[in-house]
Design a protein around this ligand. Sequence first.
Ligand code: FAD
Length: 386
Amino acid sequence: MRATVDAAIVGAGIIGASIAERILARRPSWRVVLLEREEAPGTGETRWATGGVRQQFGTEANVRLSQISLPIFELFEDHYDVDPGFRQHGYLFVTAEDERLRTMDAQLATQQRLGVATERLDRAEMKKRCPPLFTDDLAGGNFNPKDGSIQPAALLQAYVDWFRRRGGALATEAPVTALERGPSSWTLVTPRAEYETEHVVLACGPQTRAVARLAGLDVPANPFARQVFVAEAHAAIPPEIPLTVDLDTGWYVHAQRSELLLGGTDKQNRPLAGVAVAEVDWSGVDAIFSAAAHRMPVLADAKIVRAYAGARTLTPDHHPILGPVASHPGLYLAAGLSGHGIMHSPAVGILLAEWVTEGAPRTWDARPLTLERFASHNALDETAAF
Ligand SMILES: Cc1cc2nc3c(=O)[nH]c(=O)nc-3n(C[C@H](O)[C@H](O)[C@H](O)COP(=O)(O)OP(=O)(O)OC[C@H]3O[C@@H](n4cnc5c(N)ncnc54)[C@H](O)[C@@H]3O)c2cc1C
């Protein structure tokens, strides 16, 4: 089969689905195809995400992506008719190190300048917000009550459903195996069909680097294993406490209604070869427990019931690579979401849809996030990554 479409999105993870849905929302008459190599959407990185949502970042770019996304999460049910389980329990970042606190001062200043309601907490305030926290050695903490968590699967389902309701075509078991540029359009080859289109968006998560190579393009986005240890709920750690991150070790605890998620000490330990699945490295539990035992001593007797590991595709500056590629007209990237793909999925969908349908991002000038930033030495620097 050969088809001509107005836009083809490669990869039906949270990012591709959001973009596809937003393109059709802007251009209801367009023929848009969402191509997914697996049997179902959301089986890549998206499957593993724990759903943290925060505005606390160190750069304007990441804060803006969060700010565009937040109202969509707050009004998600009105817009998509799906309850995304958004809980605004806040995020609390803490440090025992004075030097790191200076970095957190800078993050706080950036966020407050942009209108984010993050506040600096002293020890007593941190203890009040998060009673199980050991605070005696802490230099300070940053807290934002609007941060929280959401259910990634509910978001994905809503994006895919609305894309299809608007007439979009989802093709599963449709891996793109070739990507060829003609005089004014692209041809995408899959085993059962070929598509010709003026606009191609690559949103292939950990495989983006390999897929972009089909078009002769190098994209510096590399997957690393990220694992989560799941512990039984603990009476001393109620689900209302903020998602708490010890920036000195990266360790975090994310209290959910029926269990606790523990992780964060493996930021860039294990590179993966372009895949979304990783083996659990049980030796990592030692780092989790030693960080936990210090920062939240009640966790010393936590019962780990299971663990899982997925990929997070990181870029060198922990910002996504978004937008058109100057050297490849008609080709757009939405890749390297750097552990923030769920929380930034509405913004990325909106901005890419604007780029594809109108030639420029309108909601916020996201041009600092294009691929060209690496060649022109304009990479950004995210200090609030863990
Ligand atoms: C343990 C863990 C916890 C996380 N926690 C959070 C969190 O709290 N908050 C947050 O915001 N983010 C979190 N993340 C990150 C988040 O999961 C990712 O940023 C997000 O899922 C990236 O989505 P994506 O659509 O870019 O990639 P993916 O979900 O991997 O989607 C890419 C899709 O492209 C498809 N594909 C690949 N190659 C081809 C091809 N040739 N042809 C067709 N299709 C193809 C794949 O099969 C896949 O379905 C976490 C990640 C992990 C692993």
